[in-house]
Design a protein around this ligand. Structure first.
Ligand SMILES: [Fe+2]
Length: 354
């Protein structure tokens, strides 16, 4: 199976970004049957999992509001900890020159961000783990080393890099494969930026590709990624699918089936958007080879793909580049506030067996 890092490319104007997509024509690979492929074929759970099965996404209360807002506070403290002049109370400093390097108006991928202590604290929250335990039917889980977003409103220096309507699952796969999650850390209404989902698309993608074929696809890299054109989306619109902005309260965990078409939007109002991305999956799906790769990624503070149990891969460290092209001197590849390894983390990484 091809493996590739699932981090987005450096922010580019729309036209340049589109050029980064590569048309690929490959024979469908042989993929082994997946143990959980039929888990969300039917809505028979009588709880929020039924919405995950039918609509392709759902919202679960995972962290108490006050605690979630504390995590938001820590996110701002993290941005202010760099000697770049960012001040949350001074909108004049809400610019690239005063912020750690990011893409899409606030997605961070440098500075060992995947490994900062507050991300690990969130991954270890009971409510987060309980939700993923219900998704999979086991609480013996491993976590992805995903990042997060801190999107400030009213930004004037963020280029439009397009919508990127996509799903984070190869169109060669059949059935359920991965459940993605986003822990929302601020009030998040219709104008506050965040996740857009094409409701109902998860139940139709297989039929779409059975009808239209699987031999050609466009991707900027990852195997478990498929970008949809507007023409392709029309087939889903014709079958009743609609784009929905998922709104959430602080501490809500938004879950979506990786077959659900989605993209994100920046804030249009006056409120910041703060969230972390988390995917958890059963530890037993991990091979020994991938377990070792995960431990290596953890030790080096590297991010991984969304899927925690397969195609483990991360780029070698290279400092993020500031807008003038120079490497950011503050990016050492290690977090400024590293986590302290505990028992739960060790299990979520794969260091310690269940
Ligand atoms: Fe995605």
């Amino acid at each position: 199976m091809p493996i590739a890092v699932d981090t987005a490319p450096v922010e580019q104007p729309d036209s340049s970004f589109k050029k980064r997509f590569t048309e690929r024509t490959t024979p469908p690979p042989e993929l082994p049957p997946f143990f959980y492929a039929d888990r969300f074929d039917k809505a028979h759970f009588n709880d929020w999992r039924d919405e995950l099965a039918t609509k392709g996404y759902t919202v679960v209360k995972a962290i108490p509001t006050e605690k979630a807002l504390e995590y938001r506070e820590r996110a701002f403290q993290w941005m202010e900890s760099f000697p770049l002049g960012f001040d949350r109370n001074d909108v004049k400093t809400w610019k690239n020159e005063h912020l750690p390097v990011h893409i899409k108006g606030g997605m961070f991928h440098g500075y060992g961000f995947y490994d900062i202590s507050q991300l690990w604290d969130i991954r270890c929250e009971d409510g987060v783990i309980d939700a993923f335990a219900k998704v999979w039917g086991t609480d013996e889980l491993i976590t992805s080393f995903d990042g997060g977003s801190i999107m400030l409103p009213n930004r004037v220096d963020v280029m439009d890099s397009g919508k990127w309507e996509h799903m984070d699952q190869s169109h060669y796969r059949r059935g359920f494969y991965c459940c993605q999650g986003l822990v929302n850390l601020n009030n998040n209404g219709p104008d506050d930026g965040g996740l857009m989902v094409l409701e109902g698309s998860s139940t139709l993608v297989e039929e779409y590709f059975d009808t239209h074929g699987r031999n050609s696809y466009k991707s900027w890299g990852p195997f478990d990624w498929f970008g949809f054109t507007e023409e392709q989306q029309q087939w889903f619109f014709d079958r009743g699918c609609k784009w929905v902005k998922v709104c959430a309260e602080p501490g809500d965990l938004i879950l979506w089936d990786s077959r659900t078409m989605h993209y994100n939007v920046r804030p249009k109002g006056d409120r910041d958007r703060v969230c972390t991305y988390i995917c958890m999956a059963p530890a037993h799906l991990l091979t020994e080879e991938d377990r070792q790769l995960r431990v290596e990624c953890f030790e080096q503070s590297k991010g991984t793909t969304h899927v925690p149990f397969a195609a483990i891969y991360a780029r070698d460290f290279e400092p993020v580049k500031r807008s003038d092209g120079s490497p950011c001197p503050h990016d050492t590849g290690k977090p400024k506030n590293p986590p302290v390894l505990n028992d739960r983390m060790a299990k979520l990484v794969g260091i310690k067996p269940y």
